[in-house]
Ligand binder design. Structure first.
Ligand SMILES: Nc1ncnc2c1ncn2[C@@H]1O[C@H](COP(=O)(O)OP(=O)(O)O)[C@@H](O)[C@H]1O
Ligand code: SF4
Ligand SMILES: [Mg+2]
Length: 329
């Protein structure tokens, strides 16, 4: 049976923004997000650029603070812990970022970067450092010869392997992998994805795997969250989301796949008024081809369409109600 590792309840985050028309406003980057990551699973998080994926990942890794909400890690509420009490969890929750070049200090050799990371994690004995680094080099498919090189002397794929190694140094049980192949050549993307899947199995990791690419998400994930403008609009198994996506936004993501020959329009999303006035209606309404009066009268709840498949759309419940009330022939 699935055992939760990380539980998130009602997480919200806003940033102050300046608007010429309205003066100072708050932009809601995350709105009432709840989900669970189980032990040993890859939970995919998909949504287009700017929908809040990185903000969520950063909050989970305590690189940013939420306005509201609760985060439990192994049953312990970590969001309210003081820094000294959080210390023992810091190494257990790690993040791998999109751009490996900016994650590695160009002034130091790779070996120096890794030894320094171990030192700051409290592993100071040179032999223990060397053993840990050599063990992990093998696991990420690199040789010790790379340790004497500077980051700019590595290929994109090698740099991302070093970033993955850096994240693994402290023996984490939970990783946030944020668009980890987006900055890489197509030819090395599959290698890095397979490496992450292999490490996840071998080390029993739980991963929040973030991407804007539905094909990558399907390949990597056990379950998937679909996010639109800071809200979860659908969640389910990778199969549910890829083959039976029920929310109009999920369907739009699917229709935008290269093999579908359609493009994802960006109507609505750049209009500032839509970003701010989102409290009392479906957030997807300005882009939704099925939008009706009901969609503008309150925010739809995330409700169960089938077992573990949740969707935030009134249209689905309307069609269910209509089907139930239709006279039998
Ligand atoms: N520090 C910040 N200050 C103000 N706005 C921010 C900040 N960080 C992120 N945002 C805004 O929050 C929204 C979500 O950003 P982000 O989480 O990076 O999205 P994604 O990773 O899905 O592309 C964006 O509109 C972004 O401009
Ligand atoms: S609630 Fe209405 S506007 Fe929102 S996704 Fe469903 S049909 Fe579209
Ligand atoms: Mg991002």
């Amino acid at each position: 049976m699935a055992e939760p590792l990380l539980q998130v309840y009602n997480l919200s985050k806003s940033y102050p923004v300046r608007d010429q028309r309205r003066g100072k406003e708050c932009f809601q980057a995350l709105n009432d997000i709840s989900f669970t990551v189980n032990k040993g699973e890859i939970l995919g998080l998909i949504g287009e650029s700017g929908c809040g994926k990185t903000t969520l990942g950063r909050i989970l890794c305590r690189l940013d603070t939420p306005d509201d909400g609760t985060i439990l890690f192994e049953g312990v509420q970590i969001d309210s812990l003081k820094e000294k009490d959080y210390r023992k969890y810091r190494g257990r929750i790690q993040m791998v970022f999109q751009d490996p070049s900016s994650a590695l200090n160009p002034q130091f050799r790779v070996g120096e970067i890794l030894h320094e990371a171990l030192r700051s994690a409290g592993i100071r004995k040179p032999l223990a450092q060397k053993d840990r680094i050599n063990l992990l080099l093998g696991k990420v498919g690199l040789t010790p010869a790379l340790l004497s090189r500077y980051p700019h002397e590595l290929s994109g794929g090698q740099k991302q392997r070093i970033c993955i190694l850096l994240a693994l140094l402290t023996r984490p049980s939970f990783l946030v992998a944020d668009e980890v192949v987006s900055a890489l050549d197509l030819s090395v993307q599959a290698q890095i994805l397979n490496l992450i899947r292999g490490l996840q199995k071998e080390l029993g990791l739980s991963i929040l795997f973030i991407s804007h690419d539905l094909n990558v998400i399907r390949y990597m994930s056990d379950r998937v969250l679909v996010m639109y403008m800071g809200e979860i609009v659908e969640s389910g198994t990778a199969e549910d989301i890829y083959y039976h996506g029920a929310h109009p936004y999920t369907q739009l993501l699917h229709s935008a796949l290269p093999e579908q020959h359609e493009s994802l329009g960006d109507e609505g999303i750049t209009d500032f008024s839509d970003l701010v006035l989102q409290e009392d209606r479906c957030i997807f309404a300005p882009r939704c081809p099925y939008c009706s009066e009901t969609c503008l009268n309150g925010k739809p709840a995330l409700s169960e369409l089938s077992k573990d498949h949740l969707v935030r759309c009134v249209r689905l419940w309307q069609s269910k109600v209509e089907a139930v009330s239709e006279p039998s022939r």
